[in-house]
Design a protein around this ligand. Structure first.
Ligand code: HQG
Length: 185
């Protein structure tokens, strides 16, 4: 399995993110209200596009995914994405007190708008925040020249804002008002 082409694993993983977070119809699978889908059916359907996929390879992709984007149920009969959905699913996320500061990586082109209206969740369920600058840099650089914002999450929490942590350690909240965002730190 160590020999499985990492490029192919990445392509399958990207496609799994797409269907499990945004568009299950694309491959003819159905998610339940908590975002889970039947593992066997998923393999059968995704195989139509990626014939190499089987149970062993899916388990390898889930285990080695660099951000632990997917999780199996205990008996592995179901699978779902840990976070990042745009479709309506209830993940029963854990509410948790955040660290004093968190970070958000974005592109320079978004900064003016963010510094007027705060961070909004856009098409996803939550604003996504990172525990460290390195991760925020990776997130922000997906779309262009990156800019990092420092978020005073401890103050937000003290003021009554709710934070959640996903199973793969992404911090999530509904909205970050301008008062808690520090640019040029
Ligand atoms: C920006 C990836 C203008 C926001 C990552 C971001 C993450 C605003 C974009 C996860 C704004 C939304 C999520 C405002 C926010 N004005 N722009 N008021 N408020 N924005 O992709 O946080 O690899 O939905 O800065 O690692 O970039 O897919 O969110 O640039 O964890 O697992 O609007 O996706 O994870 O973009 O990324 P996104 P994100 P995966």
């Amino acid at each position: 399995m160590e020999n499985f082409d990492p490029k192919k694993a990445k392509a399958i993983s990207k496609y799994l993110s797409y269907i499990l977070r945004h568009d299950p119809d694309d491959v003819g699978i159905i998610l339940d209200k908590n975002g889970w889908t039947n593992t066997h059916t998923l393999i059968q359907q995704v195989k139509l596009r990626f014939p190499a996929l089987d149970k062993t390879i899916l388990e390898y992709i889930v285990a080695t995914n660099n951000k632990q984007r997917f999780i199996f149920s205990d008996d592995k009969s179901l699978i779902r994405a840990n976070q990042g959905h745009s479709i309506d699913v209830e993940l029963n996320l854990l509410e948790q007190e955040p660290p004093t500061v968190l970070f958000h990586g974005t592109t320079i082109g978004n900064i003016n708008s963010i510094m007027q209206e705060g961070l909004k969740k856009q098409s996803r369920h939550h604003v996504h925040l990172s525990e460290n600058v390195t991760t925020a840099l990776q997130v922000g650089s997906r779309h262009g020249r990156v800019s990092i914002l420092k978020i005073h999450s401890g103050k937000m929490y003290a003021d009554g804002y709710t934070f959640y942590i996903s199973a793969n350690h992404v911090w999530l909240t509904d909205h970050v008002p301008l008062a808690y965002i520090e640019d040029n730190f």
